[in-house]
Design a protein around this ligand. Structure first.
Ligand code: LLP
Length: 430
């Protein structure tokens, strides 16, 4: 199987960033998330470079929802990343990671008044999702005696080649304002005293492996920019969102790079802003591309059995990686302690959760397995730990970060006490 450069096989063992997964599993236990910081940084630099070599005024925002670990966000902040934040919690994480307020965009299709107040208090720009929200934000900013800078989230009504649950810019999606209504929304915003419209924003979906839809989205966005320019509005930023995917099937799926993305999008962007007579900052919001392949989950085989087919029952399930169950996502698996053994036997790798759908990997050719073997589930760095839960009374596992010669915990494992630490004893039961 084709592996990214930070994943190597030596002496039959899978290594992440040069660190032996077998040793890591012995040191930290299983299940275990293992992330290569260097891989994330390489991907960020590639994204930044691909765009800024074609246009100087670029800001890459990391979509914090993909991986909210502070160590990951700090590494990105040190390289100059901002963040797309989708909640007060993500805003707080981004600030704690060292990202300045001016590099953040508060997104969200259903914000509370306190979300809006938090954005105003921090001076974070807000991507407004409806006219109702616009007027609420105007009132919140008036109360705080401030002016909130905003963009509108544009719904570009685009079909994209991805799982329907992660297509976000369909005409039927819950996100954003239909593109035809954006000029009117802008006019409305210009009449609000405590709001200053400065940008437009869109996001068309996630895990997209064809760069052409991004060019189509850019076309919709620059057309709007031109229309706004005709109204006398010069946009200060244009945010094209994230969405670039990483291959599910390493040997057969396309693996578009930021260069491919830039080759498709930048000609449209550059011609469009020229026609509009503006030089806005170009913002992008990749999540998945930056972090997905940086991370593997190491999970131990508890038992094997042959029923109507062969099962390998492991110690991580959809409590730790819900993507296969939720989006039929395909994650490659490798037997990390015998990574060069011949693939002789078909297994379905199932987790410990009491759900029929708790399948991490179905019908995969693997070496003959036995209890104690160590399986690595690849490409788990985006929307993996971030979407984990304590379902079935399972404390979440630790996360380890590797960087150069060093490895360290970046999140301790939860304990049984963590399961109950937020629960309160109702007085009548005491
Ligand atoms: N910006 C906005 C406004 C978004 O809604 C998203 C993702 C992103 C950026 C980042 O997209 P990315 O580059 O990561 O594709 N949990 C799903 C993905 C949901 C994506 C929702 N929005 C998954 O595991 O596939």
């Amino acid at each position: 199987m084709k592996l990214p450069p930070h994943l190597t096989i030596r002496n039959g063992h899978l290594h992440v960033g040069g660190h032996d997964c077998v040793s890591l599993s012995e040191k930290y236990g299983t299940p275990l998330y293992v992330t290569s910081e260097d891989r994330i940084c390489d991907h960020f630099r590639a994204y930044q470079q691909a765009l800024s070599s074609r246009y100087p005024n670029v800001q890459v925002l990391f979509a914090a929802k993909a991986n909210g670990n502070l160590a990951v966000m700090r590494a990105l902040a040190q390289l100059g990343a901002g963040a797309d934040v989708f909640s007060g919690g993500e805003l707080a994480l981004a600030r704690e990671a060292g990202m300045p307020a001016k590099k953040l965009l508060f997104n969200g299709s259903s914000k509370t008044k306190s979300d809006l107040a938090l954005a105003v208090q921090h001076g974070v720009k807000v991507s407004v999702d409806s006219l109702d929200e616009l007027h609420q934000l105007d009132a919140v900013a008036r109360e705080a005696k401030k002016v909130a800078e905003i963009s509108f989230r544009v719904n570009p009504a685009l079909e994209v080649p991805t799982h329907p649950k992660i297509a976000t810019g369909l005409a039927t999606s819950k996100f954003g304002i239909p593109h035809g209504q954006i000029p009117a929304a802008y006019k409305e915003a210009l009449s609000c005293k405590h709001v200053r419209p400065v940008g437009i924003h869109c996001h068309i979906g996630s895990q997209i492996l064809d760069v052409e839809p991004f060019a189509r989205a850019a076309k919709v966005m620059v057309r709007i920019a031109q229309e706004l320019a005709g109204m006398g509005v010069k946009l200060e930023f244009l945010d094209l969102g994230g969405g670039l995917g990483v291959p599910y099937h390493h040997d057969t799926d396309p693996a578009p790079t930021p260069e491919d993305y830039a080759n498709a999008v930048m000609p449209v962007f550059l011609a469009g802003i020229k026609a509009a007579g503006i030089t806005p900052e170009l913002w992008v919001e990749p999540g998945r591309y930056l972090v997905a392949d940086s991370t593997v989950i190491l999970t131990r085989v508890n038992s094997t059995k042959t029923a109507h087919k062969r099962f390998a029952n492991v110690d991580a399930g959809f409590n730790l990686l819900i993507r296969p169950a939720m989006y039929d996502a395909y994650h490659e698996v490798i037997v990390a302690n015998r990574a060069d053994a011949p693939l002789t036997t078909e297994y379905t790798v199932t987790g410990p959760i009491c759900e029929t759908g708790d399948i991490l990997a179905a019908d995969r050719k693997l070496p003959e397995l036995a209890a104690g073997d160590l399986i690595a589930v690849l490409d788990a760095g985006a929307y993996g730990y971030a979407m984990s839960s304590q379902y079935n009374g399972r404390p979440r596992c630790p996360e380890v970060l590797v960087h150069g010669n060093e490895t360290a915990l970046m999140r301790r494992g939860e304990t049984l006490a963590d399961l109950t630490s937020t629960m309160v004893h109702p007085p009548w039961q005491r």
